[in-house]
Design a protein around this ligand. Structure first.
Ligand code: FAQ
Length: 287
């Protein structure tokens, strides 16, 4: 395996794993405040799924020779990137709906494409992840539907969440193709099967009718159907905001890393106990 191919995969897969792990935080914040027991149980299951996705992905990266400690170190020291979207705050219950609908929706569009990525362990992890993300996306849309059909205040809450999450969601697909310095090589190696702009367009095309069905307005005055292109035209993303967020200066960047560091420290005794237990079992098996 060429070294650069291996390095590129470790970079992408570990960033993807970090995103799943950090991605638990914005919604995890709402578990204690979910409006009903049913919503709480669903949200708990979803957040647990994200932890599981992190595990599949760290394991896939380990098959390439990266160690778990090394990858976690890079995340906790702030060296490694993770998806920009998780550096935004979840201000209301509607944000949990918007994350499921939009963020998981965008993640699926990207990950369906990655089910055909050229590295088998990554592609196989994606198949299972996509099935789970599909459940996540539906639960988010169902929350939005309930709010959109609810009281005036609930509709306003749903619209406010869409207003705040729309643009950061479009940023999840990364820079424009012309600015995406890894794309050409990754497409050549078939790590990426579709470009950042192609996937972003696909997401917009499938999401606009969903917003229409909810009776919510996408916060983009330029948004309109282009008959000739067979695609929605949409406005320009604020790339300065994107650069700021991926440089670690997003609205919640500091809190996210602090929460991960604290969880790592507080979980030290679990790792120690698991190692001691494995050692004891090993000694018994040898005896
Ligand atoms: N955020 O040259 P490109 C989820 C970086 S999972 C942060 O285009 P590439 C599930 C990029 O790393 C979401 N950084 O790079 C969930 C590179 O920096 P580097 C995660 C970004 O790799 C839902 C530089 O910019 N999904 O949400 C972003 O060819 C709900 C130049 O960019 C994945 O990771 C960004 N948005 O394409 C969980 C999918 N965009 O590494 C909880 C797998 C770009 O040189 C709740 N990854 N950058 O320092 C990919 O498909 C690709 O890596 C891209 C970027 C498309 C993200």
């Amino acid at each position: 395996m060429p070294d650069d191919y291996r390095r590129t995969l470790i970079r992408q897969i570990s960033q993807h794993a970090h995103s799943e792990v950090v991605g638990q935080l914005p919604e995890g914040n709402w578990i204690t405040r979910a409006p009903t027991l049913r919503r709480k149980a669903i949200l708990l299951a979803k957040v647990q799924d994200e932890a599981g996705h992190g595990l599949y992905l760290y394991s896939a990266a380990e098959t390439l020779g990266a160690s778990r400690e090394e990858m976690l170190d890079q995340l906790l020291s702030g060296k490694a990137k993770y998806a920009s979207i998780f550096n935004y705050a979840t201000l209301s219950w509607a944000d949990v709906g918007a994350i499921g609908w939009l963020v998981d929706g965008a993640a699926i569009v990207n990950q369906i494409s990655l089910c055909r990525t050229s590295y088998g362990p990554y592609a196989r992890a994606m198949v299972r992840i996509c099935k789970e993300e599909s459940f996540h996306q539906r639960q988010g849309y169902e929350i939005m539907m309930t709010l959109a059909r609810g009281s005036k205040e609930q509709r306003a809450m749903a619209q406010d969440a869409l207003n705040r999450w729309w643009w950061p969601t479009l940023m999840m697909f990364g820079p424009h193709d012309a600015e995406s310095y890894h794309s050409q090589q990754s497409m050549h190696w078939k790590i990426k099967r579709q470009s950042n702009d192609e996937l972003r367009q696909k997401f917009v095309n499938q999401t606009v009718p969903q917003a229409d069905f909810l009776g919510l307005a996408i916060p983009d005055p330029e948004l309109e159907w282009n008959e000739e292109r067979g695609h929605y035209h949409f406005g320009e993303i604020d790339w300065e905001e994107f650069s700021r967020v991926i440089a670690g200066k997003g609205p919640m960047s500091r809190d996210r890393l602090e929460a991960r560091r604290r969880a790592h420290e507080e979980g030290g005794w679990v790792r120690e106990a698991a190692l001691a237990y494995a050692e004891k079992q090993g000694t018994r098996a040898a005896a």
